[in-house]
Ligand binder design. Structure first.
Ligand SMILES: C[S@@+](CC[C@H](N)C(=O)[O-])C[C@H]1O[C@@H](n2cnc3c(N)ncnc32)[C@H](O)[C@@H]1O
Length: 235
């Protein structure tokens, strides 16, 4: 039986701290020392984060309030899953849930860190990750805000480096412009083969919905689902 979390024990924060535009930039592109910026994480001692002391196998990038991260962790208790999120208050809330539930012997395999993924994934070893989830990224519709999109060739280089040879990058978005933009970046990068998943059966290894996906399902908003495989000579 999959354990159930009573989320009503963990009231969600009311005040939503503003995320300054600097926080989306890589640290080396900011000239003045920012007063409030997610810490850089050149390396991480995993034993301080996961009960089994091992490195993560799944990454949830832009995990938001962590619904997907927490529910996946409950379904796959032997797999460590790390959420990365630029909004600190969201990470604090997820940590509260994890700390509250670990005494029950669950969520020892879940962790969320305040981090800007534009700074890469230096704390992940090469070929160590089985699945990267990049689900419903912020759209940043205006062209002058596109620099805030974390999905870049540099980001894909990092994904390709940390993914195992059979690893998969999962993408979902409900914004056609983001979908187009991401396909362009994937095409520029050239290191991934794309597989479109139009029906639920093709997506069955992902049994959990994200918050944004739930929203889309409630409102009848269509969204795309893509699996990206690392290109090998056989493909
Ligand atoms: C639209 S929300 C989607 C959240 C969740 N994945 C879902 O599907 O419900 C996008 C999330 O990505 C986070 N985000 C945006 N840029 C980021 C970055 N550079 N590093 C880490 N997280 C980022 C945002 O703060 C936000 O919580």
């Amino acid at each position: 039986m999959i354990p159930i979390i009573d989320y009503t024990k963990y009231p969600k924060p009311r005040s939503r701290h503003h995320v300054s535009s600097n926080q989306y930039l890589p640290r080396d592109q900011i000239c003045i020392e920012p007063r409030y910026y997610p810490p850089l994480r050149p390396q991480i001692e995993w034993c301080a984060h996961f009960v089994n002391g091992r490195a993560p196998e799944y990454l949830d990038i832009g995990c938001g309030m962590g619904r997907f991260l927490l529910e996946m962790a409950l379904r796959e208790p032997s797999v460590n899953i790390l959420g990365l999120e630029v909004r600190e208050y969201a990470v604090r809330w997820i940590r509260r849930v994890i700390d509250g539930e670990r005494p029950r012997g669950i969520l020892g395999n879940a962790e969320a860190l305040w981090y800007n993924v534009a700074n890469g994934l230096p704390f992940c070893s090469d070929a160590s990750i089985r699945k990267i989830f990049y689900l419903f990224p912020d759209p940043w519709f205006k062209k002058r805000h596109h620099y805030r999109r974390a999905f870049t060739v540099a980001f894909l280089n990092e994904c390709a480096r940390v993914l195992r040879s059979d690893g998969i990058l999962y993408l979902m978005t409900d914004v056609p412009d983001v979908d187009r933009y991401q396909r362009e970046i994937l095409c520029q990068h050239g290191g991934f083969v794309i597989e479109e998943c139009s029906d639920d059966a093709e997506w069955e290894e992902i049994p959990v919905h994200t918050d944004q996906e739930e929203f889309c399902l409630r409102k009848g908003i269509p969204y795309t689902r893509i699996r990206c495989y690392k290109r090998t000579t056989e493909r």
